[in-house]
Design a protein around this ligand. Structure first.
Ligand code: SAH
Ligand code: SF4
Length: 342
């Protein structure tokens, strides 16, 4: 898992005819046989020589709203989280790119873990294939969407993220559309530029979360290194495909960044971009020193931003099982957070 066709060819060397590499590749990514001993087209020796590298589940948490949070077991004993969010006509898989996260955003539980390590491309694809298998999803149809918004800052692991994306969109393999994969970043400017140059790449989402430089420095200290003005500038030059919009995410924190003035500044900041805005009312968690705004405040913020660009309110999913945005911190204790007010 995580090997491209050329990698598999290299691994087989001249011990097998070349077409065997292609068969292995298809068994794993197109037929999605997570247990290669079931790949009947392959000779017995080949079926057992290579373990598929599929991930195993350490634990699974089911929300009352249908969301499922998985704690996936990695080979070195670490665990990472992935979330499945079924909806009518559309399923979303939220996938991690790192174990923990080194970016110190003040409203995010994952930040409290720090960074443990990067995931490999195989571990990223493995999360997708595991959830697809368990819920009988067909990656080739339009129903399935992937967001790399789980644990981690994807731009700090860009090579593996892009490799995973190539594997997920290859028509000879998993066969998803690039339009249905989104990567979200806290704003690492050089990496955003690098991703823009990749031939095959996911859509770009940016966690904005503030309307001024000073406010963003407080909430997302990474702004001291990559300034808000420069972040907007790199977005202005980002090579969007004809069908593509930038997405900006904005976590609303009561009394901190949720005023009408903030909404007007956000609208102005993004005025010249082909973009949409997703608002997320803070999902609370232990150790997070902020509160969630009232639904009326969120709606009034939305009304103001909407005058400039499409603006949506993201409904939290899986709050009761610590599966919602910013809550992925390997929580295993019983959660008492059932408050699905949106
Ligand atoms: N590291 C990447 C992707 C993972 S975070 C990034 O920051 O973009 C995914 C989204 O969850 C981000 O937009 C982030 O701003 C948001 N988020 C983090 N903590 C949150 C919280 N407590 N409540 C709601 N959203 C949160
Ligand atoms: Fe990391 Fe994203 Fe959480 Fe910030 S919001 S700490 S970048 S996972």
């Amino acid at each position: 898992m995580g090997m491209e066709l050329a990698d598999i060819e290299a691994a087989l060397g001249d011990r097998y005819p070349r077409y065997r590499a292609k068969q292995l590749y298809e068994a794993l990514y197109s037929k999605r046989l997570l247990d290669l001993s079931r790949a009947s087209a392959l000779p017995a020796a080949l079926r057992t020589e290579f373990p598929s590298g599929a991930l195993k589940v350490d634990s699974r948490y089911d929300s009352i709203d249908g969301t499922v949070r998985y704690l996936m077991a990695l080979e070195d004993g670490k665990t990472v989280e992935s979330v499945f969010m079924p909806e009518r006509g559309r399923d979303t898989l939220c996938i991690s790119s790192q174990v923990g996260c080194p970016v110190d955003c003040k409203f995010c539980l994952t930040a409290l873990m720090g960074l443990e390590r990067n995931l490999t491309a195989g571990e990223i694809v493995g999360q997708v294939l595991h959830i697809a298998a368990e819920h009988n999803l067909e990656p080739k149809d339009r129903q399935m969407n992937i967001v790399m918004m789980g644990q981690g800052e994807p731009m700090m692991n860009l090579d593996a993220v892009l490799k995973a994306t190539r594997l997920l969109v290859d028509p000879a393999g998993v066969g998803m559309s690039e339009r249905r994969i989104t990567v979200s970043t806290s704003g690492l400017i050089p990496k955003i530029e690098e991703m823009g140059k990749a031939a095959i790449r996911p859509k770009l989402a940016i966690s904005l979360n503030a309307s001024t430089e000073e406010q963003r420095v407080e909430l997302m200290p990474i702004t001291k290194k990559w300034h808000l003005k420069d972040l907007i500038e790199v977005c202005l030059h980002y090579p969007l495909r004809s069908w593509e919009f930038l997405t900006f995410e904005y976590v609303l924190l009561r009394g901190v960044n949720d005023t009408d003035g903030d909404a007007r500044r956000v609208r102005k900041l993004l005025a010249n971009l082909k973009c949409k805005v997703n608002l997320i009312a803070l999902n609370p968690g232990p150790g997070i020193p902020f509160e969630t705004p009232d639904p009326e405040r969120v709606e009034s913020f939305q009304e103001i931003v909407k005058l400039g660009m499409p603006c949506f309110i993201r409904r939290p999913r899986g709050l009761d099982i610590y599966a919602a945005c910013g809550q992925l911190k390997r929580m295993t204790e019983g959660a008492d957070l059932v408050d699905i007010s949106y």
